[in-house]
Design a protein around this ligand. Structure first.
Ligand code: SAH
Ligand code: SF4
Length: 385
């Protein structure tokens, strides 16, 4: 059986080289070719001995999930839809900003947690993504952008695990993927530039702290257990008090960091001054200062099956002010990629079946530098043409 080398972190690749009868240090060379230079063919790896290349051609491959469609938003965000087989599709979104290029990637096809306000949750769980499918999204986006923008420098500076799926429920693949993202021989991202977002799988938050304490975002969305149980069903298993304790423990592994709480603003559901006051109490509980966390208010991105609506802008702003006035750093997330359904919780919409996806999303496929220029990517200075 041929091994897909995108499955391996450096350690795994070294073990693979040993199995081939090669020295372990060859793995570093291979790893760099794959992740830093974006090589997908062994013949391109010109400084590897021909005999090794021949061996690799027989025993291995570098296989990224195929791209079904690509859409560029008027704000410069780009959404790719990847075919992961078995009629499943997952998405990644590139979000360019003046000082960074962020890639939002998926960890599962569908999601078992079933949050009420999330279209992925409504679609149900299909399966875990493999390491190659998770890292493949980054590999593809990074090398696609470099190639089409004609640059050799890194384009993606930040990764957020905020696409489809609950990353902490696909832990084994997540942790190997994180190691690849952080490796200096691969993407070289710093710990603070990689964010894992979770709906609150308490034991796995502890495990992540021990294994790889990257930036942590917790999807809170409610200020008390009764409400959170309705919005995030996982709260029945791990209540808010347990979740907050896990956050404090996490910061013992990453002392100068903070936890970001994501809070989706739902009209008439979780957006009153009383809810904000409850949040402030939660943050201060146990005599804590407020600096250990930040809040990111996400204007709800509606989809038909949810039956929910977005809080009015004025209410979002006064909610934000109430938290800020209490000393909690709070930001309101800009919604990006609205016109291509790339905003949070809209990923893949209700498109579980890829045949439908192909029909629905075949509207426009863009592969030209001029399109990226039009989308403002170059102008924003995130990438240099
Ligand atoms: N499963 C993980 C990561 C993926 S969801 C998690 O829940 O954290 C990424 C973020 O988008 C989460 O904060 C999630 O609550 C939010 N989100 C989901 N659906 C949304 C919607 N319709 N509008 C706005 N934010 C949404
Ligand atoms: Fe799953 Fe996150 Fe969506 Fe909840 S918000 S259903 S955990 S992807």
């Amino acid at each position: 059986m041929t091994a897909n080398l995108l499955e391996y972190d450096l350690e795994g690749l070294a073990a693979f080289c040993e199995r081939l009868g090669e020295k372990r240090f060859r793995a570093t060379q291979l790893f760099r070719w794959i992740h830093q230079k974006g090589a997908a063919q062994f013949d391109d790896m010109t400084d590897l001995a021909k005999s090794l290349r021949e061996k690799l051609k027989v025993a291995a491959c570098i296989q990224v999930p195929s791209v079904v469609s690509q859409h560029i938003s008027s704000d410069g965000s780009i959404k790719w839809l990847f075919d992961v087989g078995g009629n499943d599709a997952v998405e990644a979104v590139f979000i360019p900003e003046a000082d960074r290029g962020t890639l939002c990637i998926s960890s599962q096809a569908g999601c078992i947690v079933g949050c009420r306000f999330c279209s992925t949750g409504h679609q149900g769980f299909s399966r875990h993504l493999t390491v190659a499918e998770i890292i493949g999204q980054l590999w593809f986006a990074e090398h696609f952008l470099r190639k089409h923008l004609g640059v050799t420098d890194r384009v993606i500076s930040n990764v957020v695990m905020m696409g489809m799926g609950e990353p902490l429920l696909n832990y084994e693949a997540l942790i190997i993927s994180l190691r690849i993202m952080l490796s200096d021989h691969a993407y070289g991202l710093s710990r603070r530039r990689v964010t894992v977002s979770t709906s609150g799988v308490v034991p796995m938050i502890d495990q992540l702290g021990r294994d790889c304490p990257v930036a942590l975002a917790v999807s809170l969305h409610a200020s008390n257990d009764t409400l959170r149980e309705q919005l995030v069903p996982l709260n029945r298993k791990y209540c808010i008090a347990d979740l907050f304790q896990a956050c404090h423990r996490y910061l013992e592994f990453a002392p100068r960091d903070f936890v970001t709480f994501e809070y989706c603003m739902l009209d008439g559901v979780n957006d009153s001054p009383e809810h904000a006051a409850e949040l402030i109490d939660l943050v201060r509980k146990g005599g804590n200062e407020t600096g250990w966390c930040k809040f990111n208010l996400i204007p709800f991105n509606p989809f038909p099956a949810s039956g929910l609506t977005r809080s009015p802008q004025a209410r979002i702003l006064s909610f934000s002010k109430q938290l800020n006035d209490a000393g909690i750093v709070t930001t309101v997330r800009k919604t990006r990629g609205d016109d291509i359904d790339a905003a949070c919780g809209q990923l893949a919409g209700d498109v579980k079946d890829i045949t439908d996806v192909k029909k629905r999303m075949g509207r426009r496929t863009i592969m030209l530098k001029s399109d990226l220029e039009m989308a403002g990517l170059l102008k924003q200075g995130v990438v240099h043409g």
